[in-house]
Each structure stands twice: as C-alpha cells, then as structure tokens.
Design a protein. Structure first.
Length: 127
C-alpha cells in the first residue's frame, strides 16, 4: 500500500470538501490509513487564524496524524533539492520529507514541486 505525505493546502481543501467525489474518496482513504505530515505542515496548520471550532478540528487532525521530524536524511535531501532548484525552504523540507520516507506527496500546489527528482506528487483536484 502506498504511503502519502499530506501538504498543508490539501488539509484546508479537505476540511471544506472542495475536492470532487473522486478527490474526496482518495483523501478519505489516505487519511483513514493514518495521515503523515511534515513538521512544517504541523506548524503551518497551527498558525491558521481561524475560529475555535476549526482550530480544534485541526488539532484533532494533527493528533491523529504521524508528524515526521526533520531527520539527518531529510536535511540531506533538502540540501540537494535547494542546491538544484529555487524553492522556498519550507517547501523543500516538505519535499525532502516525502523523499526521505519514500512517500508520495499529496498537494494541490504542484508548481512548487516540479522537477524535483524522484518526487511523486498527486493532486486530488486531478482525480
């Protein structure tokens, strides 16, 4: 079974049920299999300026997830990505985390992750 790393923007769209039926079905299965998040995604989610109900929903989602720290392998991958491509450090860490763990990145922000060698990306909007 494939393992996935979920990007911040996808969580927002999932909570608002913005995907098509196929996209929501895919996200349901990825999340039900225990979601994997980068530490960057955790930080970004907790920085949302939102109402108390949504904040609690986000905290519950994070508590039900596996949050992957920045390991030496993630650092090495991140350095390689940043040396070869102009990319913001948070996005490079997210991509590096997916590569280090062998996960497929779920994002709707594909443009930030193009041309990163060996990175597999799925956009739920394209399902």
């Amino acid at each position: 079974m494939e393992q996935y790393l979920i990007d911040t923007n996808v969580v927002s769209d999932y909570f608002t049920a913005s995907f098509s039926f196929a996209g929501m079905h895919f996200m349901d299965s990825a999340i039900n299999a225990t979601p994997n998040l980068s530490i960057i995604t955790q930080i970004e989610l907790l920085c949302w300026n939102t109402d108390a109900q949504t904040e609690q929903k986000v905290k519950s989602f994070i508590n039900d997830s596996i949050v992957l720290d920045i390991t030496p392998d993630v650092i090495t991958q991140c350095i390689n990505i940043r040396k070869g491509k102009r990319i913001k450090t948070p996005d490079a860490i997210i991509a590096a985390t997916a590569l280090a763990y062998g996960y497929i990145l779920i994002t709707n922000n594909e443009k930030d992750f193009v041309n990163i060698s060996n990175l597999k990306v799925i956009n739920p909007y394209h399902l």
